[in-house]
Design a protein. Structure first.
Length: 153
């Protein structure tokens, strides 16, 4: 909605200098009202507005997958379930998760981890980035460096 999760993802990625990466953002575009309408469509399992991005979800050649989501209430948006459905069985792949939130967000990470493990992923690290207005990049870069260390050790 506001670009907080995208900014966080880009900051994490900037610190992943030990890995070859592909970045696949799934973004809501348009004015605020248009974004709300798209979220409403997602709640009804209509992902037609982002079908081109969803159709490119192939992680078969990757050993490490990083998934970041905003938090709505204490949950990720419903699109998270569709992304996991399309990724299919993660067969023991290493997965790092993060979420962005204004107030809460802890239960969101728990939900994400549980769902990823249900499809065979192995969550090796997670982080919550929470701030009322705009999330800076300092902690996200630090988290990216932590991922480098954890994956290489």
């Amino acid at each position: 909605m506001s670009g907080r999760t995208k900014k966080t993802a880009e900051a994490i990625a900037s610190a992943l200098n030990n890995h070859e990466m592909s970045y696949l953002p799934i973004e809501l575009t348009g004015k605020f009202v248009e974004k709300i309408k798209k979220l409403d469509k997602f709640e009804n399992n209509d992902y037609s507005d982002i079908e081109s991005q969803l159709s490119n979800l192939d992680v078969s050649n990757y050993g490490l997958i990083i998934i970041g989501m905003p938090t709505y209430g204490n949950s990720p948006p419903k699109i998270f379930n569709e992304i996991l459905r399309r990724l299919g069985n993660l067969n023991g792949k290493m997965v790092v998760i993060f979420n962005t939130a204004r107030f809460t967000g802890g239960k969101c990470l728990d939900f994400m981890k549980e769902k990823i493990e249900e499809v065979g992923g192995r969550v090796i690290d997670q982080s919550k980035f929470r701030k009322l207005f705009w999330i800076g990049t300092k902690n996200a870069i630090k988290f990216g460096k932590q991922i480098n260390e954890n994956v290489n050790s």
